[in-house]
Design a protein around this ligand. Structure first.
Ligand SMILES: [Fe+2]
Length: 241
């Protein structure tokens, strides 16, 4: 009993109970779904090579002078605010491109199969994360997201990500019973999502996860959050932000 987050248990199970179950036999027809369902995450290497819109985003990113990105990092080295290790660089990209990227068929169809209902894009945001003098904090500490029962977050890597610049970590299968505090441990070995520029990774972040604190360099990602039409956290005023 004490190992259960009761509020989460009730919300999660009532939403699932009143939503038509996905037709699981079709999972294999959707590239992302088997792994998301089973492990809670999926990684597609070289996603941008075959995806025109992702490739265009990478091209826009490459036009940003490196010094501009380094200056953002330098200016925030001692930022002690919440999420002080991160800045948004969304406004350096074409909004229409970001919108079309997030809403393209491959994502909508895969997440419709995963959720069993039509997904909505809740947020599109481009981040730069950098090392700071602070201790690990906020999303750098293992946690579960509360945006929605139906939730996937995708991350298009604009830079290579190695052990020094903040790889995402996820406890495999921890999304299956997100109310179960027994799963909020590191007993199951966390996956380190190291990646190369152009790779795409995604997770059902109802599972236990974090972005590790950066030691060097910086990390840039295009984040898109997919939810149901009734996310617990509502929709922000600006979806692209
Ligand atoms: Fe999170």
């Amino acid at each position: 009993m004490f190992n259960i987050n009761l509020k989460r248990f009730l919300i999660y199970n009532s939403r699932k109970l009143f939503t038509k179950k996905p037709n699981y036999v079709n999972d294999s027809n959707f590239e992302f779904v088997n792994s998301l369902r089973k492990n809670g995450f999926y990684k597609k290497k070289e996603f941008s090579k075959k995806n025109i819109l992702a490739n265009e985003i990478i091209t826009q990113f490459e036009k940003i002078p490196n010094i501009e990105l380094q200056n953002i990092c330098k200016a925030n080295k001692n930022n002690f605010e919440r999420y002080g290790y991160r800045s948004k660089i969304t406004n350096l990209f074409d909004k229409k491109l970001l919108y079309e990227y997030a809403n393209q068929r491959i994502f909508i169809e895969n997440f419709e199969q995963y959720f069993g209902l039509k997904p909505k894009v809740r947020l599109i945001s481009v981040w730069i994360d950098y090392p700071t003098d602070n201790k690990e904090r906020d999303s750098q500490i293992f946690h579960r997201d509360y945006d929605d029962v139906f939730l996937t977050k995708t991350f298009l890597c604009l830079t290579d990500i190695n052990y020094d610049n903040g790889p995402f970590q996820f406890i495999p299968k921890s999304h299956i019973a997100p109310w179960d505090k027994k799963l909020d441990t590191l007993n199951n070995k966390p996956t380190f999502m190291t990646a190369e520029k152009g790779d795409l990774y995604m997770a059902d972040t109802n599972g236990f996860h974090r972005g590790t604190k950066l030691k060097k360099n910086f990390r840039c990602l295009v984040n898109v959050h997919y939810v149901s039409e009734r996310p617990m956290t509502g929709f922000p005023d600006k979806i692209i932000n």
